[in-house]
Write a protein that binds this ligand. Sequence first.
Ligand SMILES: [Fe+2]
Ligand SMILES: [Fe+2]
Length: 302
Amino acid sequence: MRFGPDPTHTIAHLSDPHLLADGKRLGGVVEVAEHLRRTVQQLERTGRAVDAMVFTGDLTDLGEPDAYRELRKIVLPSADRLECEVIWVMGNHDERGPYSQHLFDGPDTDDPQDRVYDLQGLRVIALDSTVTGYHHGGLDEEQLRWLADELATPAEHGTLLAMHHPPIPSVVDLMNLLGLDNRDAFADVIAGSDVRGVLAGHFHYSCHGTFAGVPVSVAAASCYSLDAGAPNRSLVGVDGRQGFDLVDIYPDSLLHTQIPLGSPPVVSGFDDAVADALAALPAHERREAFSSKSSTWTPPAY
Ligand SMILES: [Fe+2]
Ligand SMILES: [Fe+2]
């Protein structure tokens, strides 16, 4: 049993794997494929049931076909084991043609790669915020018209937008040069709609904000991180602090939990036996046993 309320849906929000062909290291240093493998392993280790893995862009570093093939090779077996959907999103390091061809068996195209998914009544819209030939982002008029049209019909559990460029500023100031353009028109489209949250990437560190009254959550990258605490005006990448988010959706709220990679020393904890023993108690005794400062309760196995 769970002691807390059950969410209606749970999503694993992963971002920025930046894979390269032939297992190459990013910048000759970062083991991007290995880091992505560790990220999906960490997700599976949680034992949580998820409805979808959502990857908010920069799936590859250079848009190489072999990098998209490698991505599928790492992610799809994990998605099969989790029995969940995989939702890809374009990032500025991706290329629309290879993205369409090698992830969707689609045409070689430069059209925006926008797609709509229905997760048992929760709508997830993968929005392509890339601008061909640039690293900053934007949504063109046709995309905004399409989005307004889609949002005109509310979904049973509301909508999450998944996009690469966050519609919020960055504390790493140089990243603001690579931010999302045309935000006012975007805000007009989502204001008053059933959009409950925006999932984004691109910053390579975890942060949260609001945009047009909607919560925005940026997931850390799986490849390397930007050091948001580095001296102002600098842009410092570090091979650490990778992670992903679990997003639990409740009828009236969203819960974003960052799961960092790595295994720091364990200094305390309880195992399943404690949870099982608490679950076996009547509800009123459970609270007393686990919460009371004067509790003398000890689980049978201890
Ligand atoms: Fe990135
Ligand atoms: Fe990016």
